[in-house]
Every structure is written in C-alpha cells, then in structure tokens.
Ligand binder design. Structure first.
Ligand code: CA
Ligand code: CA
Length: 581
C-alpha cells in the first residue's frame, strides 16, 4: 500500500517536474566529462585537466572573420576594476562572477539577467592585487564561489539565494579568496590568497552539500593538517627547510586554484612566494612555497611536490596552473603536466610522481638563474639575489638594488595557458619585463604587508611587453610569438577550428591561427580584457564569450609599466559572440 502510494507520488512529482522544467543536477560524471561535452562549460579550464581546448570547429579559420557580438551584459555599479572571471555555461544559463565578489546568472540566448548576488563585503578587506574574482564552480543544484573576505558561498543556481556561507579564514589577518573553486566527488576544494600579508598557504575541502570542512592541508612545513574536524598530520617536518619560527607566517598562498586527474585522484595546486620577500630572513628552501603540490583529494595529504624556485627572493609565486596532457615522446605516452612559471621557465613534469622532465625558458630575459639542472633545481646566479639590507646599511648605502628579470609580476602571472589537441602545442601569454628590487628590514604584524622589499618594474623593450607564445612541450621550442604592446593579462582558449582566442589590455578579444600566429579576427570591447574566454554549442551554433574590464595587478604594482597603461579605461561586462545565421 505505502509502496504504491510512494510510486504514484514519485511519478506525479516527476511529471510535475518535467512540466515546470527543473534545473538538472550537475553530477560528478558531468564534471569528469566536461571536456567532451561542448554543450556546457562546467569547470574552470574547460575540463579538469585545464587544457582550455574545445572540440568545436563550427567557428574556424575560414569563417572567423564573420564573427559578431550577439549580446553584451553590463556588470553595472560605480565600482568596476579588474574582471578576471571565466564564465560557466549550463543548460542555457551563464554563471559569471565579477569584481567586488559579485555573481550573475544570465540567459545565454538573450543576455538577460536571471539573478544577481552581491557579497556585501565588510570594511577592511585586504586584497593585495585588485578586487578580482576568477570564476565560480557548479555542482548539483548549486553554484559556488569565494569572496574577498575569505568566505565560501553556495547559491541555489535557479534563484541565486544563499544556501550556505562559510568563513574559510580571517580576512583581518590578510586572507582573501579570488580563484575558482574545484569540485571533486562532492567536495569543494579551494586554496587561499594573502601571501603578501604573511598568511599560511593551505588547500581545503568542504562538503558541497553542507559546507562543513572535510580536510585542511597547510602547505608550509610545520603546520598541522585536519581531517573531519580532528588534527591529522603535520605538513613536512618542522624547521627542516625554515629557520626558527619564520614558518609560522610563511606565505605560500595557493591563490590560483587547482587542476585534477580523476584517474590518479590527485589535485594539483601551485603555491606562492615564501613570506617575507626578504630572503635573508629565512635561509633554506622554505618548503612548500613556490611549488606545485599534488594532493590526494580523499585525504588532503601531499603525494608529491616539485619546487620551481627554492628559497625564492623575487616573489616568483609558483601558483601557476599545472595543465594535464598526454605527451608523446620517444615512442612513449607520458602522463605529463606543464606549467609556465612566474620565474620564466616552462616546466614539464610527470604528473603521477612529480618527476622533472624539462625546464626551458619561455621569456627572452632570465637573470636569476642560468638554467635548470638535470635534477630540476635552478642554477642560481647568486649575485642576482636581492641583497641583505643589513650588509647594505653597513656599507653606508640606503639601498643597493639589483636588476632582475622576469619582474615579480612574472614571465607569466595568473592568466591561464591553453593546450591544443589540434597542434599539440601550448599557448602561453607571457611578458617581458624586469625590476629593480632591494630588501628592507621587516617583522610580522597581523594584517600588515609583510614584504621587506621595494621594487620598480620596467619594460625590457621599447615596442612590446606582452607576447603570446606557442611552445612545443616535447622540446621547449617556441614555434611563434605574437607580440603585444601592453602586458598580456588574459587567459587563452584553443579550439578544433584551429583558433586560439585571448584578450589584450588594449580591449581586443582576438583569434589567431594556431599554426602561424596570424591574427585572423579581433573585436574591441571598449575596455581592457584580463579574463579567460570560453566556447560552447547551443541550438546548433557555436558561441564564444569573454569578460571585459581593465584592472588586475599591473596598474596597482607595475611601477614604470603602470604609468604606460594608466589611460586604459575600466569597465565591467561580459560579451557573447557567434556567426550570423
Ligand atoms: Ca562540457
Ligand atoms: Ca606573491
């Protein structure tokens, strides 16, 4: 009796649901297969591997010149600043985040707003490098994103109403959040931001349904991890590569989110600079700063690490994404990962065990190291370390800068690279710049900048700073480059149509030929582009979308380069493009 009633109730609920058109739940399998399903974009990176490659080819080298805007959506508000967000697309809805921790749901066919969420940030937040957000995550019937006051928010994807909101860390101590979360097996996996304030870099997993912490893994040696609310294991060994109590405020912010290999069960996160910048205060390798760490997503344990800049002295955050790809070399297929690091080297690692395969320059000027040795350790130019300020003071000078390249904004900064399965090449948005840098005395104080360094960034060439470079990962060879006057700060998208899309601070979304670098199409959005393009298929048509709005770290920290780009207009919008019918 009760069984049949349940059956009938279930059936009518199903019928009702199909009439009112419920939002379909995004499943684990949907996320695993995201890169194979061009009708949606469910992950940051167009797939867990972070390749940013689409199998769509309806827009291609032959017809790209006809691409036109279909709609543009304004983020509004008096406050604009940098828009670094990658949209998600699901079931005819775009979920896109904006500056000052805002999110919108937009009808992808018309560009009409479905809802807006505004995080209402408190006074006193401490974002180091503009009030950006890089994107949302989607799972079940909810969308997720992190805010500048270090909260993680789950919203009903239909209504934009808050389902839960958790404090991840204390924003008054300099913690903030800007990356797109990674969702794996019902866990929302996040890093943190705040490396310039002496925070402790960490990766944490939260239950997607309840927001409860599942595990917490600091990435600085000596700190304890947590699992299901209890202390678990210590990260590394206390004082093994850090002196005294310097590890307590050791930095290593994991501020760029992660990629994931579902077969290996490993998530890959980069870690930022050791704090403070003044390296003379912390002799040692300072693990696990400026590294890539592979994390077991079930336990939060570090399975392997690879440190790109041991004992960093230049703010070469190693946060850059590890893009998973299968590398054919010498008749073998290697489960590889590639990373274009802030420090100017393009690394290929074995993503199963972290073994070093190669490290080759992707910028023209690298002064801090002459290369990477066969063990994967940099060969330092010791006289390019910024000097010990106590020694400088003894010699009677106020400061004695060294000129180092790349600048601390990096050979590449946050903007994601892309891999094309069409060409087997990586496309890297790189920048050519250097800096005068000198150290200063500093002590840790909660909520205060913890650098112990001064600097001024300078261009290296008269005619360009940015260069979109195509790199063969099997050799490190740069196949071609497309120069850009202003520094590139936009992510990249590759397609089976033989196209590579990226934006410029001058305002252009542009598409180049993936084999030659020829610019085949460009469109000016009226404000600088510092975000990552996406593509998807809807009702038989291929769409392209990009967020626009000039800002990010360059105008704030760029020294002489900031002066060059100071007249670029701010904005805040998302643009959608397609071919005319
Ligand atoms: Ca998909
Ligand atoms: Ca940093």
């Amino acid at each position: 009796m009760s069984n049949s009633r349940n059956y009938i109730f279930g059936l009518s609920a199903l019928l009702l649901a199909s009439v009112s058109g419920p939002a379909l739940a995004v499943t684990d399998e949907d996320l695993v297969k995201d890169h194979e399903t061009p009708g949606d974009v469910l992950t940051y990176g167009l797939g867990y591997s972070g390749q940013r490659y689409s199998t769509l080819d309806a827009i291609n080298k032959d017809n790209i010149k006809s691409l036109v805007p279909a709609w543009s959506f304004s983020f509004g508000g008096e406050k604009q600043r940098g828009q670094e967000s990658q949209p998600l697309i699901e079931d005819g809805v775009m979920y896109v985040t904006g500056s000052y921790s805002r999110m919108w749901a937009i009808d992808t066919a018309t560009g009409e707003e479905l809802w807006q969420y505004d995080a209402r940030l408190p006074e006193g937040i401490l974002p180091c490098c503009d009030v950006v957000n890089r994107g949302a995550a989607i799972y079940g019937d909810k969308v997720y994103f992190g805010t500048l006051d270090a909260k993680l928010v789950a919203l009903d994807k239909k209504t934009g109403k808050t389902v839960w909101r958790k404090t991840m860390a204390d924003y008054k101590a300099g913690y903030s959040y800007t990356a797109a979360p990674l969702i794996v097996d019902g866990k929302v996996i996040v890093g943190n931001s705040g490396g310039e304030f002496g925070i402790v870099g960490a990766i944490a997993a939260y239950d997607a349904e309840t927001g409860d912490e599942v595990w917490y893994r600091p990435v600085i040696e000596g700190h304890m991890g947590r699992m299901n609310g209890e202390e678990s294991t210590m990260t590394g060994e206390k004082n093994a590569s850090w002196p005294g109590d310097m590890w307590t405020w050791g930095g290593g912010a994991t501020w760029l989110g992660g990629t994931y290999d579902p077969e290996l069960g490993l998530a890959y996160f980069g870690t930022g600079n050791p704090a403070p910048w003044n390296s003379h205060l912390r002799p040692g390798d300072n693990l696990y700063t400026a590294s890539t760490v592979a994390i077991d997503v079930e336990t939060g344990e570090i399975k392997w690490h690879y440190q790109t800049t041991p004992h960093d002295g230049w703010d070469y955050d190693g946060v850059n994404e590890l893009v998973n790809f299968e590398m054919e070399k010498d008749g073998q297929t290697i489960k590889a990962g590639a990373k274009a690091d802030r420090n100017g080297f393009f690394y290929v690692l074995n993503r199963e065990n972290g073994e070093f395969i190669s490290g080759t320059p992707f910028v023209n000027e690298i002064t801090w190291a002459s290369g990477i040795d066969e063990t994967g350790r940099p060969v330092y130019n010791e006289d390019n370390y910024p000097k010990d300020p106590t020694v400088v003071a003894e010699s009677g000078l106020e400061r004695d800068p060294v000129f180092a390249a790349p600048s601390f904004l990096g050979g590449k900064n946050w903007m994601p690279i892309a891999y094309s399965q069409n060409t087997s090449l990586f496309y890297v948005p790189s920048n050519e710049w250097g800096m005068d840098i000198w150290n200063e005395p500093i002590t840790y104080k909660k909520g205060a900048a913890y650098l112990g360094a001064g600097f001024n960034i300078k261009p290296l060439n008269d005619d360009y700073i940015g260069a979109l470079r195509a790199i063969d990962p099997t050799t490190g060879e740069i196949k071609f480059e497309v120069k850009n006057e202003a520094p590139l700060w936009s992510g990249v998208l590759t397609t089976a149509g033989g196209l590579v899309f990226y934006g410029t601070p001058e305002g252009y979304l542009q598409a180049i030929d993936d084999a030659t670098g020829e610019i085949l199409w460009k469109f000016n959005t009226g404000t600088g582009i510092v975000a990552s393009p996406v593509t998807w298929e809807q009702d038989g048509e291929q769409w392209i979308a990009i967020t626009a709005g000039w800002g990010g770290a360059v105008p704030l920290w760029g020294g002489d380069v900031a002066a060059i780009v100071k007249d670029f207009n701010q904005g805040g919008s998302v643009w959608a493009f397609k071919l005319p019918k």
